[in-house]
Every structure is written in C-alpha cells, then in structure tokens.
Design a protein around this ligand. Structure first.
Ligand code: DQA
Length: 150
C-alpha cells in the first residue's frame, strides 16, 4: 500500500497526563483553575481534535505518573504533561521525561510565575519540548496544536 495511504489513516496518539489534585478541577480553587471539570474539558478536546487519538490519565501518586511515562513514552507521538505540584518537587518525574523518547509538552493552567516563588521552579521544563503556562484550560489545547503544527 502506498505511503500516503498510511499517513491518511494514521491518527497521532497524544496522551494528556495530569498530576495531583487535578481530578478536582471544577471544584478546586475555581478562582484559579476555573469551574469546568477535566472530564468535560476532555470531551470538548475529543470533539475539536478528531484527527488525534487522545488519551487521558490522572494520578495523585508520583510513582504512578512515572510508570505511565515509561509505559507510553516510547510509543505515543506526544505527551501533554501537567505534573501539578510535582512540577516543583519531583526530580523523578523530571528524569522520566528525559528518559523517554516521546516529546513532552509541559502545561500549567495558571501562570505559575505570578504565584508563590516555590511555583517558579520546574523539574520538568529542562526535558520538555516546550512549556505552555497560564492560559487556563486552553493551555492543553495550545499544547495539542503544537503537536499538529511542529
Ligand atoms: C498547576 C500549578 C501548580 O503550581 C499547582 O500545584 C497545580 C496546578 C497549574 O496547572 O496551574 O496543582 O500545575
């Protein structure tokens, strides 16, 4: 079968990985993170990005996030990672991002640079392909766009 046929059929596989407390989006500190649940937002993304095969995983456990990066990080075409509070503390997640071959785009809903100083440090950024910060939930959409255009 000719190459163009395969490229026509192939949907890029992109995973969105969310870290601790992001399961509470929609009810958690809504003045910072907004009133929409991630489940609802993810459905919107699936509707908007029909040309992508989207997968979502959330965990409150550091090791589970590392295991997930290992599991999908040699196979997926892209990972959108919001490591949430672990962004600022986890050498282990930072090392996992460097250890895998799938490009990772780091995202944050809030602008971490106009918040507390401890949120200015990221252990993820050095290994990331790029970083999108502060656009609300749209940060995830911008990250997906980056995989389509880059
Ligand atoms: C966050 C910012 C982090 O500092 C915080 O711990 C989060 C969410 C964001 O998306 O804005 O849980 O990653």
């Amino acid at each position: 079968m000719p190459d163009f046929f395969y490229s026509y059929l192939y949907l890029m596989k992109i995973a969105i990985l969310n870290g601790p407390n992001l399961n509470l989006l929609g009810t958690r500190e809504t003045e910072i993170y907004g009133a929409k649940s991630f489940q609802d937002y993810f459905s919107d993304l699936q509707f908007k990005f029909k040309d992508l095969e989207l997968y979502h995983y959330q965990s409150n456990v550091e090791g589970e996030l590392i295991d997930k990066l290992h599991e999908i990080g040699f196979d997926y075409d892209g990972i959108v990672l919001n490591a949430a509070a672990y962004t600022h503390t986890s050498v282990g997640i930072g090392d996992a991002v460097k250890a895998i071959t799938t490009p990772v785009v780091e995202v944050h809903i809030s602008n971490t640079f106009n918040r507390e100083t401890f949120r200015h440090q990221s252990y993820i950024s050095a290994g990331a392909k790029g970083v999108i910060i502060g656009f609300g939930l749209d940060s995830y959409e911008l990250a997906l766009q980056s995989f389509l255009t880059a």
